[in-house]
Design a protein around this ligand. Structure first.
Ligand code: COA
Length: 182
């Protein structure tokens, strides 16, 4: 599968993306709100391999996202099934963009495109989750019309309980069949 937006191409990962995505995942600013923080090249490559496996199994995944005008890999965006949250399984939307590409509306543009994909798949709900302190990610999901209920807050089981990144918030977009987004 691939999705084309005004400025971007969302497509399956290729071998030539691996060094660029590893560089994004090795940036402490990009990984500031992730546990563990920066990834090694091997860990980053494993993420890509898991995404391609998910794509082949489910027909959608967290995919390479390329800027059309210069072919730059801006990062990864997409949807995947998750078991890591209360009420799972659910389809999660996520973004990991290189720092040079922040605040240019790319997450918003890809989010809208993925919502359209969700509609075409007949999905009734999409979730997004992040550490409570990840203000940029929270603001970005809110800008996309996703809603967060404090009753859904949870401690991410993959993060040690005493780590400040442990408390997580869950955002939902119910019924992406409606055109209720910006
Ligand atoms: C969070 C992230 C995906 C945002 O991507 P982005 O392309 O910069 O977001 P956009 O430019 O589409 O911004 C959309 C809206 O989100 C909000 N937003 C985005 N980044 C923000 C920030 N640093 N601070 C406050 N609000 C922010 C704003 O409301 C913004 O609209 P505006 O620019 O018109 O004010 C990006 O910063 C990123 O990849 N961070 C590192 C990885 C990460 O934390 N991913 C999320 C984990 S779940």
């Amino acid at each position: 599968m691939q999705i084309e937006t005004e400025r971007l191409l969302i497509r399956p990962w290729r071998d030539e993306d691996l060094p660029a995505f590893a560089a994004i995942n090795a940036d402490p600013d990009v990984r500031r709100y992730y546990y563990p923080s920066v990834l090694t090249r091997a860990q980053s490559d494993d993420v890509v391999a898991e995404c391609m496996h998910h794509l082949h199994e489910h027909g959608f995944a967290f995919l390479a996202t390329e800027r059309k005008d210069d072919g730059a890999l801006i990062g990864g965006t997409g949807m995947s099934w998750t078991d890591d949250i209360p009420g799972a399984p659910a389809v999660e939307i996520g973004w990991t963009l290189g720092r040079a590409f922040w605040r240019q509306g790319y997450a918003r543009e890809t989010g809208m495109a993925w919502f359209a994909k969700a509609r075409s798949l007949g999905l009734t709900e999409i979730v997004g989750y992040t550490s409570k302190v990840n203000a940029p990610s929270r603001a970005q999901m809110e800008a996309l019309g996703m809603c967060c209920n404090p009753a859904d807050d949870f401690a991410d089981p993959t993060v040690p309980k005493d780590n400040p990144l442990s408390p997580h918030v869950l955002y939902r977009l119910e019924n992406p069949n409606t055109e209720n987004k910006p």
